[in-house]
Design a protein around this ligand. Structure first.
Ligand SMILES: [Zn+2]
Length: 559
């Protein structure tokens, strides 16, 4: 055992734990002592008890696992917080069930300007594609829209399309589409943010979506009351993270407004989680607008609130054929998707961001997008020289054999989501596996292949796309099964999964010397589980619950 600040009483101790430190030099212990927001000692129960004074808070782990706080490497805090209040349609199948859920929700929200649902499967009506007519039959008089779990497609009824002014279609940027019906009117399916933005704006959540939709700032400036309401949405999201044992958030959309709201909460009562908010660069921006990214990075640079990252979307998603593929889609042989940037545009952007010393994270789902982004990172090293940049690729749902080794070669982080493979958790196999096609299955969601090739793999939920619970993500990673017997096993071990939610997450934010591991001198960010995770069968992992979350030495959640 080593003690820094010996002779001083701890502020808080956690005892009777099965402490998994994720520190290879000292992997297991029984207890942890914390003072002034940092870990001061890890060791046996008896040794830690010696640091207990009259004012020391004692947390009894009762034999449960004590882990480094989870680091969520890809999520959307503001929209997630807002969506906690929406109708949740995950697991709803068939017209009857859909009708009941929507009508029940409408009846308890008589005054909502727009009824919004989320999490509806692309195959909610089986093979039949959802149109506005289905939704009109359920709810003819009030505007209603519902989002697919991936948040890249929405469906709206006629009333909502009319009110949003898009019933007759509208010209949109590449990759976005208001699907039109044979009658010349919008069919109800809206692909990507520019298409469904006008509908969602009617829900009064325009400010929530800005960080994702445009990366811009609210205009007009929100009133004091609107700001207070927005802080409450953030608080709801933060509390949801804390109760799931999350202590650090790497957010994947953002603007200055989000940082300001979080700074206001920090000033009022302190933050329950550490948050990084990126600048979101869109394809209609010009490179001089990166000045704002640099300004955000300079202004917010604390352990609690930081920026320093530029988030980019290079493509869309497989289910709406908006992901960019090297070879055509298996179920659409004339189509490879449409990138949101040209390869050269992306290279110019990546070189400019890197030159500013900022980190880049790019949504790249199809293997064509993954390749173009890796090409961009390679061009960055040629232009600016090799540095410890830790640029990231987000999702990597499909990749190619020739691109797998490039992650390690270029020092690029693979940011992946165990809940996302079809069949792994909530997402059905179809239509995704047919879009990909069996030839590409072996390198789809290929965590194991990438890790074996030396890549740093970080795990996350992409909440609210998937449930935020890291324990569910760990379970999905352990239980991952190939879609065909001949496909390689992509599952992770328990220790590897934990590392992807802790140590690797810390590495992704250049913080491996301060967090992600339980070690004296490190930030006191930890989570206590309801039982011993190593003694829990993988199929039972979902029964484990965080009982105590501690961030910066303060209890942020207690069951
Ligand atoms: Zn995301």
């Amino acid at each position: 055992m080593s003690v820094t600040g010996a002779g001083r009483n701890a502020d808080l101790i956690v005892i009777n734990g099965r402490v998994l430190t994720m520190d290879e030099g000292n992997p297991v212990a029984e207890a942890v002592a914390v003072k002034d927001g940092a870990i001061i000692a890890i060791g046996s129960g008896a040794a830690i008890e010696e640091l207990k004074g009259p004012a020391t808070e004692v947390i009894d782990a009762k034999g449960g696992s004590v882990l480094p706080g989870f680091i969520e490497a890809h999520m959307h805090l503001f929209s997630g917080g807002a969506e906690l209040a929406h109708l949740q349609l995950g697991g709803v199948h068939g017209f009857e069930a859909l009708q009941k859920a929507i009508r029940d929700y409408a009846s308890i929200r008589p005054n909502a300007a727009m009824l919004v649902a989320q999490g509806v499967d692309y195959t909610v009506l089986g093979a039949e594609r959802v149109t506005r007519h289905h939704l009109d039959a359920i709810l003819p008089d009030r505007p209603f829209c519902m989002a697919a779990p991936d948040h890249h497609t929405m469906w709206a009824n006629t009333r909502a399309l009319e009110m949003a002014g898009i019933l007759h279609g509208r010209a949109l940027g590449p990759g976005n589409e208001i699907v039109m019906g044979d009658d010349g009117l919008a069919a109800g399916e809206l692909r990507e943010g520019e298409a469904f933005g006008p509908v969602l704006d009617l829900a009064g959540e325009g400010r929530v979506r800005l960080g994702l939709a445009t990366g811009g700032e609210p205009d007009p400036m929100p009133s004091a009351a609107e700001r207070a309401a927005d802080r409450d949405i953030m608080r709801r999201g933060l509390a949801w993270c804390a109760r799931h044992g999350i202590t650090s958030i790497q957010n994947m959309d953002g603007n200055l407004y989000q940082l300001e709201l979080l700074a206001e909460i920090e000033a009022e009562e302190g933050l329950p989680c550490r948050v990084q908010i990126p600048f979101h660069y869109k394809n209609f921006m010009t490179l001089d607008m990166l000045d704002k990214a640099s300004a955000m990075a300079e202004r917010y640079d604390s352990e609690w609130l930081s920026s320093g990252m530029v988030k980019v979307f290079y493509d869309g998603v497989l289910d709406s054929w908006t992901a960019v593929m090297v070879e055509p889609y298996a179920d659409r042989p004339d189509w490879v998707g449409e990138p949101l940037f040209t390869p050269q545009q992306f290279i110019d952007l990546a070189v400019a961001v890197d030159k500013r010393g900022l980190q880049i994270a790019v949504h790249s789902i199809g293997d064509g997008a993954v390749r173009a982004v890796l090409d961009g990172y390679e061009a960055v090293q040629k232009a600016n020289g090799k540095r410890d940049s830790r640029h990231r690729v987000e999702h990597i749902e499909v990749t190619t054999a020739s691109d797998v080794p490039r992650f390690a070669e270029l020092g690029v982080i693979a940011s992946m989501q165990p809940p996302h493979p079809p069949g792994a958790m909530d997402f059905p196999l179809e239509p995704t596996v047919s879009r990909i096609g069996p030839a590409r299955w072996p390198l789809s969601y290929a965590w194991r292949t990438l890790k074996n090739a030396g890549a740093h793999v970080v795990f996350a939920s992409d909440w609210p796309v998937s449930p935020i619970d890291p324990i569910l993500g760990i379970q999905a990673a352990l239980l991952r099964k190939p879609w065909a017997e001949s496909d390689p096993d992509q599952s992770f071990s328990l220790h590897e999964s934990l590392a992807a939610y802790t140590v690797e997450g810390a590495y992704a934010e250049f913080a491996e010397h301060r967090k992600g591991t339980l070690k004296p001198g490190y930030l006191a960010d930890l989570v206590v589980l309801s039982a011993d995770i190593e003694k829990t069968a993988p199929a039972d992992l979902h029964k484990l619950r965080p009982v105590t979350a501690i961030c910066g030495g303060k209890v942020t959640y207690q069951a």
